[in-house]
Design a protein around this ligand. Sequence first.
Ligand code: SF4
Ligand code: SF4
Length: 221
Amino acid sequence: MDQHKELTDKLIEYSNKIGIDIIGFADPNLFDRFLEENQPFAFLPKTKTVIIIGIHLYDITLDAWSKNEENGKNFQFADSILVNFCHSINKFLDKQGYESKIISYNPGLYLKDCAALAGVGPIGKNNLLITKKYGSQVRLRALATSAPLICGKPIYESEYCKECNICIHSCPAKAFPEGKYNKELCLEYNYANWKALSDYTVIWCNKCIGSCPVGKNQEKK
Ligand code: SF4
Ligand code: SF4
């Protein structure tokens, strides 16, 4: 057990050093409510731990999407940063003698559920992960690893939302009818209203991310 704690601490320290803002660890056996293709064992059969990492979207341009129809290139800036971090973790674990697999985006795991299962934070009424330090202003990625790391305590309920409905009222698409996220309404609004930063790059509405008061006005350590 101490060995596992030592490795977990070392990985947390390493992730802080390279600039990862959020890291958590989930038990892969908690994913059985999802389809097999969305479970960690589909990516790495010997998974012992799911690692979830996140970066703080301190500036909304980090969440920009870029698409060049001429050369077929397609980038999501925050996601590109996260994939690089995943490669660094992959190398770190390899040096410690463990296998790891970067989970593809699609098909993949449900990243916010993964973070909640790792105890990083709850899923809020905005249908997004809420973290204490950064609210919902985060993007996530995951790895499956054979390393037996110390997992967090799953969180199933939001301690923040209760009577709050700020995100619901902020949504210009009214995409939360009866309090439940409606993907079609959100997409329809965003395709018609995204903000163009250049010929190739746009940012989406993201009001459900930015309106959540959790993590705002806190001293960032
Ligand atoms: S704005 Fe309020 S209701 Fe919405 S996710 Fe944040 S805390 Fe929850
Ligand atoms: S991205 Fe905008 S339109 Fe979509 S749910 Fe969030 S606030 Fe509503």
